[in-house]
Ligand binder design. Structure first.
Ligand code: HEC
Ligand code: HEC
Length: 214
């Protein structure tokens, strides 16, 4: 109950009602068409079922459809303005996709089962990683990751992505892109503000811990 109350408070503080209303519309898409699209060029980097084996490419399987749709839209470069999530590879990938294609892909990947990241876990990082994930860092006012991404990393749709089982290399790379500002698609700069207060060691440790969550 305490966790739920905290989430409600955090959510209410950070996100306006309009943002919430926009985000809570659930995604309607065609899973079969999504499967077909996913088996094309995407499969080369994310695998046909979205469980990527290359640790710098994110696993998409089991991620929430709302979040996936938002990312695909955010990668899109509109009339020379940089994408909100500025990544040359993915921007070129989404260029030919219609919004309906994106919806189909999002519902397909969301229905696939996440295979946990299969890398050698650096056990020495897990104690610190767990502490940061569940408790943040009071000294530097880092909020607990679990308050938005949930204690088991399942996330809270529609706004807060699932993190559990994600490749540590990818997670770490995102904490870096939020720090550099090349990824600026987080509502109200939430993640960008958080990562500024994390030490390099804390980032590495929390990324490692997240990869072990199921
Ligand atoms: C050449 C490799 C490559 C291909 C092909 C590719 N991706 Fe990606 N994808 C990536 C990388 C690398 C990232 C991480 C980008 C970043 O750092 O922001 C990514 C990120 C994503 C994300 C964001 C995931 C998250 O957790 O935020 C989605 C969704 C996605 N890709 C979907 C697709 C789809 C759909 C296709 C096919 C139309 C595709 N990708 C093709 C490499 C690729
Ligand atoms: C106040 C809520 C909040 C807290 C606390 C929070 N996050 Fe996030 N996080 C978000 C939101 C919202 C997004 C999605 C941004 C978007 O729409 O692209 C996100 C996205 C992410 C992503 C990108 C996921 C992907 O697939 O690309 C990572 C990694 C992440 N957070 C890690 C963390 C870590 C580690 C912590 C704790 C140190 C943390 N977050 C704390 C709200 C939060």
């Amino acid at each position: 109950m305490k966790v739920i109350k905290n989430i409600v408070i955090v959510t209410a503080l950070i996100f306006s009602n309009q943002t919430l209303a926009d985000a809570t519309k659930t995604v309607q898409g065609n899973v079969e068409k999504g499967k077909e699209l996913a088996s094309g060029v995407c499969a080369g980097c994310h695998n046909p079922d979205g469980n990527s084996v290359i640790p710098t490419n994110p696993t998409l399987a089991g991620q929430h459809a709302e979040y996936l749709l938002k990312q695909l839209k955010d990668f899109k470069v509109e009339e020379e303005t940089p994408a909100k999530r500025d990544n040359p590879i993915m921007s070129s990938m989404v260029a030919p996709l219609s919004v309906d294609d994106m919806k189909d892909l999002a519902v397909f990947y969301a229905q696939q089962k996440t295979q946990p990241a299969n890398h050698d876990v650096d056990e020495s990082q897990l104690e610190l990683g767990k502490r940061v994930y569940n408790g943040g860092n009071l000294e530097n006012s880092v909020p607990a990751c679990s308050s938005c991404h949930s204690p088991n990393g399942a996330g809270i749709p529609p706004l807060f992505p699932k993190l559990a089982g994600q490749h540590a290399d990818y997670t770490l790379s995102q904490l870096e892109t939020f720090r550099q500002g090349t990824r600026a698609n987080d509502i109200n700069n939430t993640m960008q503000m958080i990562v500024l207060r994390l030490s390099a060691q804390e980032k590495k440790a929390v990324a490692e811990y997240i990869s072990t969550l199921k």
